[in-house]
Ligand binder design. Structure first.
Ligand SMILES: Cc1ncc(COP(=O)(O)O)c(C=O)c1O
Length: 476
């Protein structure tokens, strides 16, 4: 590193800027930058120079970067399924980068290996996989893909080596599943059209009787079912599929049962809410994102499997890497359970956060988030101009602005309302669809959200809705 500034002074400078950033919780400050894509491109110089500008320029660049980023740690950020910022996890993130170990072998990542094993084993215990193991992945999408690859290997042993004809292999997922199962179908070689979407009930949960019908129908059509993917916490509505019933049907047909618990898995910490995932111990594999409700900075995501040998077989390509994996190694290296080669240490931040909170802290967090979601739900339910658009199982609160007597199209109205929220920059929530209806979908997944910030959010929605109805132009 060029040293026209001493290491300590440099790091202190970064730290003080970071503190300013983290402390910027002023309610009147925007959550998202005011400039749109075109203006941002005009105003900012993000070119890379032919001649380096020296290390001092980094400080200005970082200030510019932070000023023009979405403030995902702010209470007003309730948009995707993650948010907030936790100090132990931030410390873990920094130290993981500084130590820059790669997770493939014990030799190169000794303590990091022990830590990753510890969190994976503990998560397996919580799920109910006493002999289970797993790996940290690049996200729930990747976890779903690995689950489907394990399903393929289970259905056609050896297919990891020999390849297979995927044109007749079918997987069954909830009609409200995350889009990553389509990506997984593409990557594992069955194609999108071989993902069968099973009907859901009025709450967005997969109907077991529909699953049974779809499997029977597929078999009659000469197709080969190999996998059922259930969802615990769907993306839009936060619905939990009935795992006991689905597991039974899947296993009756010897199908792999993978559960996408990327969003909802954290409920398992809470004795009060764990019942949402009753039957999870019957799964063959699950993905569970710590970078969603557990509040860890992206990326921190786990894939857990009941019988680790299947994952090890799937990752058999590692056996040829004699330059990394030694047959007489003292340790079962984690690289033998991963599709990646070089892999960053995402376990450290999770472990640190867990040491600070303990299981009890996670449980309390889940209960508090559910209380916050109930508060938001009750404000919406009590207001004549707001309409809940789905029953609530988790912290997703799906609603729309629907004042009585308006002849405005409600989809246009809510689309415009969401545009105004983004233009004003005081709150960020997702715009989604349920059926043909445009809805707003705030989620509680951010430790900075408070009852007060939820109250302000509802007031802000009502103000914008009222201004649109009165034909007032957007103020921004
Ligand atoms: C239910 C569900 N599964 C999987 C994913 C994908 O997770 P990731 O973004 O970690 O890949 C998401 C993302 O929102 C999700 O909601």
């Amino acid at each position: 590193m060029e040293t026209n500034m001493e290491t300590e002074a440099f790091i202190n400078e970064i730290a003080s800027r970071l503190v300013n950033y983290i402390d910027s919780k002023d309610q009147n400050e925007r959550v998202n930058p005011a400039l749109g894509a075109r203006s941002l491109k005009r105003v900012l110089d993000v070119s890379v120079p032919l001649e380096g500008m020296g290390i001092n320029g980094v400080l200005d660049d970082l200030d510019t970067f932070m000023a023009n980023s979405v403030k995902t740690h702010r209470a007003e950020f309730m948009n995707p399924l993650w948010g907030g910022l936790s100090l132990p996890a931030l410390a873990g993130e920094i130290i993981a980068s500084a130590t820059n170990n790669s997770m493939y072998t014990f030799e190169l990542s000794p303590i990091a290996t022990l830590i990753e094993q510890t969190v994976l084993k503990r998560m397996c215990e919580i799920v109910g996989f006493p002999d289970g193991f797993g790996t940290l992945t690049t996200g729930g999408s990747n976890g779903n893909m690995i689950g489907m690859l394990c399903a393929r290997e289970h259905s056609i042993p050896g297919s990891t080596k020999t390849g297979f004809d995927g044109s007749k292999m079918v997987a069954f997922v909830s009609a409200e599943s995350h889009y990553s199962v389509l990506m997984a179908a593409n990557v594992i070689g069955i194609g999108h059209q071989n993902v069968i979407k099973v009907r859901c009930d009025e709450n967005g949960c997969m109907r077991p009787e529909s699953l049974r019908e779809e499997i029977d129908f597929a078999i009659k059509e000469g197709l080969t079912p190999f996998c059922v993917v259930a969802t615990s916490g769907t993306t839009v509505r936060g619905a939990f599929d009935p795992l006991n019933d689905l597991a039974e049907i899947a296993h009756e047909h010897d199908l792999w049962f993978h559960v996408d618990a990327a969003w909802g898995g954290t409920c398992m910490f809470s004795p009060t809410h764990r019942a949402l995932m009753d039957g999870i111990q019957k799964a063959d594999s699950i993905c569970w994102d710590a970078h969603k409700m557990m509040g860890l900075p992206l990326i921190c995501s786990t894939f857990l499997i009941k019988k680790p040998q299947v994952l090890r077989t799937l990752c058999g390509h590692a056996n040829v890497a004699h330059y990394l994996f030694l047959d007489d190694a003292e340790y079962d290296d984690l690289g033998r359970y991963s599709l990646q080669c070089g892999r960053r240490n995402d376990a450290l931040k999770l472990w640190l956060e867990w040491r600070v909170r303990g299981d009890a802290g996670w449980s309390k967090m889940v209960d508090q988030y559910m209380d916050h979601a109930a508060h938001l739900e009750s404000l919406i339910g009590a207001h004549p101009s707001l309409e809940l658009m789905s029953s609530r199982m988790w912290t997703n609160v799906c609603f729309r602005y629907a004042p009585e007597g308006t002849d405005m199209d409600l989809n246009e109205l809510n689309g415009e309302l969401r545009n105004r929220l983004i233009q004003e920059g005081m709150f960020m929530v997702s715009r989604s669809n349920i059926g043909d209806d445009v809805i707003l979908r705030p989620v509680i997944s951010n430790q900075n959200v408070t009852v007060g910030s939820i109250d302000r959010f509802v007031e802000t929605v009502l103000r914008h809705g009222d201004e649109i109805l009165r034909g007032l132009p957007s103020k921004n």
